[in-house]
Design a protein around this ligand. Structure first.
Ligand code: NAD
Ligand code: LMR
Length: 329
């Protein structure tokens, strides 16, 4: 039976992440090897020509699952009928710039995009915000889409999650596939808290297995939390292929479910779990099933973890207050 193509809108399609992302979506990695997709690309007018070039290359790949590509410079049109919206387009942080500086510049992009999603997206729309500051941009978009259930707006901490898996696997000398239940809490920023106290290596508690508190505090946590800045320092540009890969992972897991006995990290709207104020879009351990996510409940949070979660959540609350003051939510 021929399936109806899923409409996938990608903003910032002509950017670095867009270039790494689109070919993987079109080859079936986002939704599955049997799911046809129709790409709807949104760019600013000056970058439409570059997006057209990428579309030519996508054509040239002759991907059997790619049923069409449309390019827009108008958000309302780009989000019409969209089932999956990947909000990547934003101004990337450059050397020496803190993410807080980006709030105002990027806030203006996500308000009209939230309104456009509200106006025309499909009833089952799922939104992933990648453009930074991702959590707060997701909050802005979500607050301008009152008719879309708030849980459909998510922000990406899967890159941080994957970075944490990679660092822990190196330290423990195991494959990333042996690690389960990694968690990123809070904001996609340097305050994020990568938590190994509930993680498992080969079924055993990861923190106990590694048994090296100094490494945890002085190496693991700062390496993961500041990895974005380290990549910018090394490449002279923010992470792109790894960010695209994490976006693929995020949506694939949301749609297809987490494995039994495992969870993932997603920034989702808080229901007050773990003391995170209701309404903030904060990263939590989540399980997914049938296209829906749930925050993992009942984890014990010790004082060490509590202080770090609170610090990141406080930053999110400050970002929320700042965009509220700017009239963006
Ligand atoms: P880039 O500058 O290469 O591309 C951004 C693209 O967005 C450009 O082509 C630009 O024309 C486009 N754009 C700008 N405003 C737009 C709008 N209103 N509508 C549609 N398109 C618009 O940047 P990049 O390297 O692809 O990064 C994109 C964003 O992703 C940045 O904000 C970056 O900080 C963020 N990022 C997030 C994570 C994460 O883990 N959440 C990781 C890496 C990068
Ligand atoms: C990353 O984590 O690689 C990016 O979010 C860094 C950035 O600020 O663009």
């Amino acid at each position: 039976m021929t399936r109806t193509p899923v409409n996938v809108t990608v903003t910032g399609a002509a950017g670095q992440i867009g270039y790494a992302l689109l070919f993987r979506i079109a080859s079936g990695h986002l939704l599955g090897a049997d799911v046809p997709v129709r790409l709807r690309l949104l760019e600013i007018p000056q970058a439409v020509k570059a997006a057209e070039g990428t579309a030519m290359e996508l054509d040239d790949c002759a991907f059997p699952l790619l049923s069409g590509i449309d390019i827009f410079d108008d958000a309302t049109k780009a989000f019409e009928g969209t089932n999956v919206a990947l909000l990547v387009g934003a101004r990337p942080r450059t050397k020496g710039m803190e993410r807080g500086d980006l709030l105002e510049a990027n806030g203006g992009i996500f308000k009209p995009q939230g309104e456009a999603i509200n106006a025309g997206a499909a009833d089952d729309v799922k939104v992933l915000v990648v453009g930074n500051p991702a959590n707060t941009n997701a909050l802005i978009a979500q607050s301008h889409a009152p008719d879309v259930p708030a849980e459909r707006f998510t922000a990406m901490t899967r890159l941080d999650h994957n970075r944490a898996l990679a660092q822990l696997s190196k330290k423990a000398g195991v494959s990333v596939a042996d690690i389960r239940k990694m968690t990123i809490w809070g904001n996609h920023s340097a305050t994020q808290y990568p938590d190994v106290f509930h993680a498992e290596i080969g079924g055993k508690n990861a923190a106990e297995t590694v048994n090296d508190q100094a490494w945890l505090e002085n190496d693991f946590i700062p390496t993961v939390a500041k990895r974005g800045a380290a990549i910018i320092e090394a490449r002279g540009a923010s992470s792109a292929a790894s960010a695209a890969s994490a976006a693929i992972d995020h949506v694939h897991t949301w749609v297809n479910g987490t494995a039994d006995g495992d969870w993932t990290s997603m920034a989702v709207v808080s229901d007050g779990s773990y003391g995170v104020p209701e309404g903030l879009i904060s990263s939590f351990p989540v399980t997914t099933k049938d296209g829906k996510w749930e925050i993992v409940q009942g984890l014990e949070i010790d004082d060490f973890s509590r202080a770090r979660i609170d610090a990141s959540v406080n930053e999110l609350a400050e970002e929320r207050d700042a965009v509220r003051k700017l009239g963006l939510i």
